[in-house]
Design a protein around this ligand. Structure first.
Ligand code: RB5
Length: 148
């Protein structure tokens, strides 16, 4: 499975921690974003690329890290088929996959810290979508956008 990860300057440590976790588990990883604190990136520029990759099926999952996770999710959710969830706790990590079939995990490094991002991402990736009664609800998410 291929996962694409991106962060702005506020999420570099969290992104690196997530990349380590995925590589340890043998996942194919693509990484976007600044390498050091002195390099700045605007979160929408990164989120657009990750959402495009996931919604075009070039990547199966996306991970986005910024200061709060919020700006990344707001941007990614502009894309039809993107289901970006801001994850702050283990229950949300699990339910956003099991009930919402989230395909982009967004984290706030200034909220939870890099080590917790690693733990929450592990929970997120280990949880399958339950489908069943949740399938029709997930299908309704894109209805608000209308047909392209
Ligand atoms: C960058 O300072 C910060 O605004 C950004 O990382 C993020 O928190 C926005 O949602």
């Amino acid at each position: 499975m291929k996962v694409i990860l991106g962060s702005d300057h506020a999420g570099i440590a969290g992104r690196k921690e997530a990349v380590r976790l995925l590589r340890e588990r043998g996942w194919e990883v693509q990484e976007l974003g600044p390498e050091g604190d002195s390099e700045k990136a605007d979160y929408p520029d990164i989120a657009h690329q990750i959402a495009q990759s996931v919604t075009s099926s070039e990547s199966e999952m996306g991970v986005l890290v910024c200061g709060t996770g919020q700006g990344m999710a707001m941007t990614a959710n502009r894309y039809r088929g993107a289901r970006a969830a801001v994850i702050t706790d283990p229950f949300t990590a699990e339910m956003s996959r099991a009930h919402n079939d989230a395909n982009i995990a967004c984290f706030g490094e200034r909220v939870v810290g890099a080590e917790t991002i690693r733990q929450l991402l592990a929970k997120f990736l280990a949880t399958p979508f339950e489908a069943g009664r949740h399938m029709a609800r997930v299908d309704k998410i894109d209805q608000v956008i209308g047909e392209a």
